[in-house]
Write a protein that binds this ligand. Sequence first.
Ligand code: SF4
Length: 332
Amino acid sequence: MPWRHDRDENPVLISNLSQPNPNSDVSPAAGSDFQSVGEIATTAGELFEHLRRSGIRFVPQPTEVGVEQWSDVFVDADEVAAEPPVASQPADVSASATQPAPTSTPAQTSAPAATPPQSPPAAKSRPALAAVSGGSDPYAGESLPVAQRVATLQALAETVAGCTRCKALAQCRTQTVFGEGNAAPRFVFFGEGPGADEDKSGRPFVGRAGQLLTKMIEASRLQRDEVYIMNTVKCRPPGNRNPEPSEVANCREYFEAQLQTLRPEYIVCLGAVSSQALLQTKLSIGRLRQKFHQYHDSKVLVIYHPAYLLRNPDAKRAAWADLQMLMKDAGL
Ligand code: SF4
């Protein structure tokens, strides 16, 4: 019987557990300290009665949001377990591979069949997360020459500058922040939205987080003016809150048109908002990072947002591992 939040039901649960089942003839497991199932039930009942007297009436259930948040904090034990240490590999793999596979039908002889050696049960491992695709088809249309890309982006920036689709953002922005950089980039760095400094200057990633992003780009053996930097939403959300899903949806047409024009080889998503928007997933950064995903012809890598790294310096090591993965794949 599962625990529930219904306080009225728990006394029933406790009372049931405190009564041994006289009809049970199941023996306790070998090695158990208990002589009978009834003894187990009695002991469990006493424990629950003790908890009830202590004022504990129910056990809280995990929420989906809570689990998602904590999954970002802890190392995924299942994923670690899926990669056994070298020392645990069998010494002679070829020998074990030649063992006949056990059949599901018993042998049709009167002599007892030889019992195959018992191998430990295979470790339960969650299958590795498959790469996520925000669009597996190639970018539509022709790749434009650089001059035409610049003109296309300029025209789009002017359209964005007059956009008022998100009333709350349009009313409090100083100006839109479209994006900047090389119009024929190998790499696009794709953030969340403008902050106060960006709202004032009209340029992406110029505040403290922007300075850290520049260092991260340079540590990857790139220069800031080699890459293109842009955000998911082009207007600053008030109080630096996350953009609402409706605001991301409103701005999707613009960031998709930018990427369609730029056609980068790699898109580096900075933080959850941009990665979830681009890949159209609800998976956390913890689940998305350390593998390449796909957005049309571009490889997508998810890393922590520089603003998060400023608040959580311990995560810089993970971000550096992600950038090294990018450098290795891109031959930097
Ligand atoms: S966030 Fe994007 S869609 Fe919303 S008002 Fe600004 S430019 Fe328009």
